[in-house]
Design a protein around this ligand. Sequence first.
Ligand code: SF4
Ligand code: SF4
Length: 469
Amino acid sequence: MLKTINILLEKKWFPLSFRFITLAAFLGLVIIGFSSPTNDPFFVQQLSKTNLTTSFVWRLWWPAIILTSIFFGRVWCMVCPVEMITTFFAKIGLKLKRPKWILSGWVVILFYMIVLIGGVTILSIDRNPKYTSYYLLSIVGISILSGLIFEKNTFCRSICPFGYILSIFSKMAIWGWRVKKRAVCDSCHDKSCIASEYTYNLNYKSCGVDLVPAEMDNNNYCLLCAGCLKTCKTYQTGTNPLRPNPGIVKTGFADDLMKINPLSAVEWIFLFLLSGSLIFEIAEFQLMSRLSIPSLSENFSTYLSINEGFGKDLIAAAYLFFVLPAILWILPYLVILSARIRISFNTYLKTISLIFLPVITAYYTGLAVMEIGTRFPYYKYIIHDITGVETIKSILFKQIEEPLLPQWTDWSFFIFLLLALIIGIIISFEVIRKLLLKFRIGKNERILYILPFIFILILFAGVFLYTSF
Ligand code: SF4
Ligand code: SF4
């Protein structure tokens, strides 16, 4: 199968033609989002279930690209139209050198925080077709702006938070972009894959995200665009039958993770925010709200004297993205300390916390399947009514039944989530085994094996606390 994909990647039309298709789909979704009515907040919220833009972007595309990244890495980036857009504008733009603060990755964190706190939590952009369209356009706008100002592909390399999320999950992937024979690159004179003259080509392009294919050993930044594969083959000075050398190779499940490379500070902060987002997304499910403790809600609000409105949204966001994740990440460290294991907080955050990545991935796998599954019954109506206006009116006036899944499916999704978590725990155990080989912890080292369970329990507790907020 990989051989076929690599042959396909040599073709002129692949993946370029898919980028044009996704660009057309993207524009279509923006137009549909903008053509939806937004006067009545209650109606808009209901409409989000039957509108193609909100349903597709948040309940199909987003969970699907998370799922694919877990198994296959950043395959979404392969067909994402934004890479093409930002590279085009970089070609005609100022091509300024990128300052260190852009390359550092902190801009990604800032962008992600704005999307999470301002967009999803306060403005609920995922429940408003028009806001979703604004959001999609803002991504394109920033990619154009960064393209016009900076050299190469700055947006995909250092600004796009989705790429960053996918790069974290792609540590679990079964394959990666590598060169097949290092010796071929060692004796290569043209180095077409990194030659600056090809950086701004539409298709046969050298790497725009600063990667050197011959040195690649992880899935972090590669967009799987196949540009280096095409330049390696086409612009070679001689004729080496072993070229193109770069391509997709099988690395083995979670190979990147099992290397136990420490997380960078930016990666860890991203995981921290991601855990808050995870609590938020799990709490959205009906089953969780049914299981929550209703009386806590009143108690919290009364105790904190929080009224409705912006202030409450802001406090809820702080609670969700800072307080709960802080508890989630600090408590396991306290357990380690209580077992008299001497590990600095820095080592814990950057290396020991890799234990939690399979568990977070398992949560997201379950969540993605739940997201896609619960919206499935609506698609038969969305196909005929893409704005969803007539469908939701019919539902509200009881002319048609709301197309809900039977209640037992809630429990099926929950069981699926638990199964995913069991697999996550097994992978965590393997990470712990590797960690124990790397760090000679000695006495009490077995305590590390209970950390994934503690993490899972705190996460569930966080969900109940949040739904009761
Ligand atoms: S990937 Fe191709 S172009 Fe790049 S160094 Fe290796 S052989 Fe040369
Ligand atoms: S390494 Fe190759 S496939 Fe990966 S982003 Fe760079 S040019 Fe594209």
